[in-house]
Ligand binder design. Structure first.
Ligand SMILES: Cc1ncc(C[n+]2csc(CCOP(=O)(O)OP(=O)(O)O)c2C)c(N)n1
Ligand code: SF4
Ligand SMILES: [Mg+2]
Length: 337
């Protein structure tokens, strides 16, 4: 079958228009036989970055494993909106773990599959674990670090919306400084979340020297698909950390999810890169660093920075964090220095 060459710049959307491209260049979602691993009908908020990220990530993992995938899912928005008993949106073997033990449950599944293979099972079934930033960076961190350290054959995906959204927008250790949450209110001399706390889990994952670590956002879904595909090429522990804006918790319009995620990347506040065995191998370069204010201003969780007296010093401290990422990961010239 021959394909019409694409003669114009625009190659279309992620779905129908992609069919103009040669098959190897099309996104997983553009394929007629995409897996629809998380199907329509779930109850995520309109514009939920987590729902979008999960759809692309798990479908890409399904594609990479020819549909031979088992998924363990921590408690959190993704689990709650997709599986209100007795319904489910998932169209793959899927297990709800506790809030804090997803990595351990996935490890157990991977161990059982290993035994089955030793007993002659021919199908190579792989395991993915997924959870929110709270389930990953806080309560599930011990199990996850153990999974990394043992190099268990699991791909762990963290959907980072920077707070405990499912239970009413409380702070997690991935909540950025100055952001307002239900437990870091915009009151007092230093409104919002404090500076100097929290953790960037991709760097901690890299410190375990696991085969593959990557970050991504829902603004570049092709990059996300490619990273999931790449992750599935490795045996052992792998980690992908996806920034997924949450319209409810961040106070953004539903139709702004992609733009906000893109601004996180283009300002440098969220570095997008991939690493193998603890070394950064590639970064997604930013064309020109946008001021961090462009990312902060549309989000109501930062509204207290832009009141009658703009908090210029706080904004400057956030800009410094973005600048540090740009330098550390070489985001302007496409490679770590
Ligand atoms: C041991 C335990 N503590 C607390 C909870 C309540 N709980 C359920 S989901 C959740 C927050 C989830 O946050 P996150 O992992 O970031 O996922 P999100 O909802 O933001 O996607 C909390 C505190 C629980 N289910 N189990
Ligand atoms: S609260 Fe946020 S993460 Fe949860 S479903 Fe709504 S938009 Fe998604
Ligand atoms: Mg969260």
């Amino acid at each position: 079958m021959s394909f019409q060459p694409v003669k114009f710049y625009q190659t279309g959307t992620f779905t129908v228009g992609n069919r103009l491209l040669p098959p190897e260049e099309r996104s997983v979602q553009s394929q007629e036989k995409r897996y629809n691993s998380i199907n329509s009908g779930h109850r995520a908020c309109q514009g939920c970055g987590e729902a979008l990220g999960a759809r692309y990530a798990i479908d890409a993992a399904m594609e990479a494993t020819n549909g031979r995938l088992i998924c363990a899912n921590a408690t959190g928005c993704l689990e709650v909106f997709s599986t209100p008993y007795p319904e489910t949106s998932w169209q793959l073997p899927w297990i709800h773990s506790l809030f804090g033990n997803t990595a351990a449950v996935a490890t157990g599944i991977a161990a059982a599959l290993k035994v089955k293979r030793r007993q002659g099972e021919r199908r190579n079934i792989r395991v993915v674990a997924q959870g929110g930033d709270g389930g990953t960076t806080d309560i599930g961190f011990g199990c996850l670090s153990g999974m990394f350290e043992r190099n268990d054959d699991v791909l762990y995906i963290c959907y980072d919306n920077q707070g405990y959204m499912n239970t009413g927008i409380q702070r997690s250790s991935a909540t950025p400084p100055a952001a307002r949450t239900a437990t870091t209110m915009a009151v007092g001399p230093e409104p919002g979340n404090v500076f100097g706390q929290g953790k960037f889990l991709p760097a901690i994952a890299m410190a375990h020297d696991i085969p593959y670590v990557a970050t991504a956002t829902v603004a570049d879904l092709r990059d996300l698909e490619a990273k999931v595909r790449r992750a599935m090429e490795f045996e052992g522990a792998r980690y992908i950390h996806i920034l997924v804006p949450c319209p409810l918790g961040w106070g953004t319009a539903s139709h702004e999810t992609i733009r906000i995620a893109r601004l996180a990347k283009e300002t440098g506040i969220f570095p997008v890169f991939e690493a193998e065995h603890g070394e950064v191998k590639s970064v997604v370069a930013i064309r020109r660093a946008l001021p961090v204010e462009e990312y902060l201003r549309p989000q109501k969780r930062y509204a207290h920075l832009f009141g009658k007296t703009p908090q210029v010093e706080v904004i400057a401290k956030l800009q410094a964090l973005a600048d540090r990422n740009i330098k550390k990961y070489g985001l302007l010239d496409g490679g770590a220095r």
